[in-house]
Design a protein. Structure first.
Length: 139
């Protein structure tokens, strides 16, 4: 296994704000200070993070394996129990051909994002503007 212990210096720059929003059983993200609307409702902003690691933050993943999903900081959530070998490229209890799909949502204080558990991530969840006669489309 290869581990990196690099530390980002201040010259690396500042990341952009990422906000995760949810409504019912789905959630999405905005970058920067954009608002998020769904079906003319200003949705709940649950947690905020960054596009780069910051002190106290962890990577937050949305991982799917054959219809099952996970939101959290454990990149190995779906791996099979194979003893001492970690195989994140395989989904537990699935055919060897089934591969997980990883989305890095950003870097967050993951405890603040715990309410996303069991929700489905949708890329185009947020519509950033809303007029009274316009409704966002979500496939």
């Amino acid at each position: 296994n290869v581990y990196s212990t690099d530390v980002l210096s201040a010259e690396f720059g500042e990341g952009d704000l990422i906000q995760l929003h949810f409504y019912d059983d789905v959630f999405g993200a905005t970058i920067g200070h954009e608002s998020c609307w769904k079906d003319a409702i200003n949705v709940i902003t649950l947690c905020s993070g960054s596009t780069i690691p910051e002190e106290g933050s962890k990577p937050l993943y949305y991982i799917t394996c054959n219809g099952h999903s996970y939101v959290g900081d454990d990149a190995y959530n779906f791996i099979p129990d194979t003893g001492d070998k970690l195989k994140p490229h395989i989904c537990a209890n699935e055919d060897i051909s089934v591969r997980p799909i990883f989305k890095l949502l950003g870097y967050f204080d993951t405890a603040n994002c715990a309410d996303l558990s069991g929700k489905t991530y949708v890329d185009d969840f947020c519509s950033t503007t809303m007029s009274p006669t316009q409704s966002p489309h979500m496939p």
